[in-house]
Design a protein around this ligand. Sequence first.
Ligand SMILES: *Cc1c(COP(=O)(O)O)cnc(C)c1O
Length: 468
Amino acid sequence: MGKNELLRNIPAVEKLLQEESVSSMVDEGTIPRSVALRAIREVLGELRESVLAGETPDTSADGIVSAVVERSRRLDASSFKRVINATGVVLHTNLGRAPLTAAAVEAMKNASGYCNLEYDLERGTRGYRHDLVRGILLEITGAEDAIVVNNNAAAVLLVLGALAKGREVIVSRGELVEIGGAFRVPEVMVQGGALLREVGTTNKTHLRDYEAAINPETAMLMKVHTSNYRVLGFTQEATTAELVGLGLKNNLFVVEDLGSGLCHDLGYFEGGREPMVAERVSTGADLVTFSGDKLLGGPQAGIIVGKKRAVELCRRHPLMRALRPDKVTLSALEATLRLYRDPERARREVPVVMMLTKDAESIKADAEMLAGLIREVLPASFAVEVVPESSEAGGGSLPLAKFPTWCARVTSTNGGLSKVERWLRAQEVPVVARLKEDSLLFDPRTLMPEDYPLVAKALAAACLEAGG
Ligand SMILES: *Cc1c(COP(=O)(O)O)cnc(C)c1O
């Protein structure tokens, strides 16, 4: 067939809308008419382009109709998909960081309609949303006061704007952190309206370096936790407690951006120790900021805890209104924090804590169970075995800590595992696995009990589709 004939074969939009399999979807209400129309226009447009490019696409009526039906379903599906995380990276920022605890999910449901977000039920008067989480935050961190914003980047921005606008903030050159995306300490400083005064060197900053930089314009001494990297070897830093002493002498605010908010010493991080929020608050720092969805294992949020006067300055700042979290976030945060009242309960029920504290022996048993399920469905050209590996905390936390784990490792006699990996992501419940050299790794550390059969099923389908 020539180009012109192929182009003539492409049906009109109206005609396709009347095709039985298309019109029935619309009439039954399974696909909105607008979506069917968009699907038709897209499919026809692509066909025309393909013909004009000299290709010979399938222009049969059946072919086009089924392409339209399939495109309509795809366009109408939710953009959000539950994903199975088999990477072993616990705080996988691309996969939504912390998976929430069941208690948080329940709390979000409870708060999703009308709730007492800003209503004092006893007095029948206006309440304040921050009061809903303030009590539990003070209880867990030992701080005098607390407020919550949308994320820790917002917390730092607010703190700089409220406490140091137009004045100088002293930070060590070893702590000019960049967190994935656009959070870079020097740039946040500019946005917050403060002037960065760098002191010390990359590897060594002494207390006297801070002291020498203090001048009438100084408002704050700031410490930033090097969450996602470590300076090792010939190093020196001033502790938060030392900065608090210097701050008191010179009447300066002392603030620490902790990044990950570790809220209970569960004594489990091999190869690295994260500072605890309560311990840093107890140094007397004016403010400590941290994330809700890193090691705390809650929703995306930025938590600011510390001294009354400093928190009050943040609370009253005009930016506060722009950065305040919604009822769903606050309810999930409260539910997560409440579990920390009992450390054993946090270990069992907060997924991030549970996953990071899983011991290698129990993971090995899980990996064997998973390998067994996989073995039953794997095509003959593939093999599966259980191998020792290591998982990561991820999310810019504990960069050097290795968490010993065991993985189900899938190999193939004729390669093509990158294709399988791609097909795994295309399944109804996509599975994200780790491609390592010539193998695919499935780390049970980040799997939920209900994920195991789904991983096996997705892998069987992916192998077939990849041509195993
Ligand atoms: C992660 C991190 C941030 C940003 O926190 P978000 O909650 O992701 O906005 C800021 N500072 C430090 C030190 C961090 O580790």
